[in-house]
Ligand binder design. Structure first.
Ligand code: NCD
Length: 291
């Protein structure tokens, strides 16, 4: 069995469930695997706050030594390639590598050429397995099940690795997934619904960040207009189902896809997602390094 974690679609439902159970156990008991003597290396070629530092906190809490690679001050400035850079850390003998990179499936060229197990911290518009795991853990804590729940993913869905990963795994777990948003973000890959209907009928409303560089969108809308047409406003929150929850992988744009007062409202689980991120990343690292 490969110890890499590249895409959740490589894992069966049972293995996904058992990673979630393990993360929940870590959360409830505070008993973490002891990985003293192991060295983790985090290589983030694309910006990251939550993912990067929650891996780092998870690794530290398990007693690992952590090496963080900073592309800006590395020999990549002298023209060293991505492949050769990763080979350096593999040669130094690190025990696991966590990589984020802007190219889809950046890991293809590495497979078979590195010894250290690889955990994907997000590849381009492709996959973000640990983000989906933390989303799933948050949903499981709330509802105790996945089967039969409805999730709406709203915002910049088309180019989102979070949407892509969640759409695949959530349907496999028996959830109904719809998307909503302006036409620029819709794609025939996913079924779409009117935004108000989606919000009022879902158990989980997942908002996604609107990228400021979406030129054609900003030719049609000001941020305020976007917010009233598709944003999660306090009025829309009031129409949500009683037990429904709000998720957002963050970073969020207050006043664009989500109203500022909604970020920490009763239904929001956005900061709980961040908490859960540490525990699912512990499970991912443990799986990668333990025999
Ligand atoms: C997301 C990402 O980078 O894919 N953030 C995250 O990992 N929490 C989503 C985003 O940047 O919009």
């Amino acid at each position: 069995m490969s110890k890499n974690l590249l895409a959740l679609s490589d894992l069966g439902v049972q293995e996904i469930q058992s990673m979630l159970e393990e993360a929940q156990f870590f959360r409830e008991t505070g008993l973490y695997p002891r990985l003293e003597g192991k060295v983790a290396c985090n290589l983030f070629f694309e910006s990251s706050t939550r993912t990067q530092y929650s891996f780092c906190v998870a690794q530290n809490k398990m007693g690992m030594r952590v090496v963080s690679f900073d592309p800006a001050s590395s020999s990549m400035n002298k023209g060293e390639t991505f492949y050769d850079t990763v080979k350096v850390f593999d040669s130094l003998g690190v025990d696991v590598m966590v990589i984020r990179h802007q190219e889809n499936e950046y890991y293809r060229e590495l497979l078979g050429h590195i010894r250290a197990p690889l955990v994907n911290g997000g590849d381009g518009t492709g996959n973000h397995p640990t983000q989906s795991l933390l989303d799933l853990l948050t949903i499981r804590q709330e509802f105790g099940r996945f089967e039969g729940l409805k999730v709406s993913i709203i915002g910049d869905v088309r180019y989102s690795r979070v949407a892509r990963t969640n759409y695949e795994v959530m349907r496999r777990l028996g959830m109904e997934v719809v998307i909503a948003g302006p036409e620029e973000f819709l794609t025939p890959e996913y079924p779409d619904e009117d935004v108000d209907k989606a919000i009022a009928t879902s158990d989980v409303v997942m908002m996604l960040r609107i990228q400021k560089e979406r030129q054609t969108l900003w030719q049609r809308f000001t941020e305020e207009q976007y917010h009233s047409a598709y944003g999660l406003t306090a009025e829309r929150v009031n129409k949500m189902k009683e037990k429904a929850i709000i998720l957002h992988p963050a970073p969020f744009n207050r006043g664009v896809e989500i109203a500022s007062e909604v970020v920490e409202c009763d239904k929001s689980r956005i900061f709980r997602q961040m908490e859960n991120g540490v525990f699912v990343r512990m499970a991912a690292i443990r799986r990668a390094v333990e025999d």
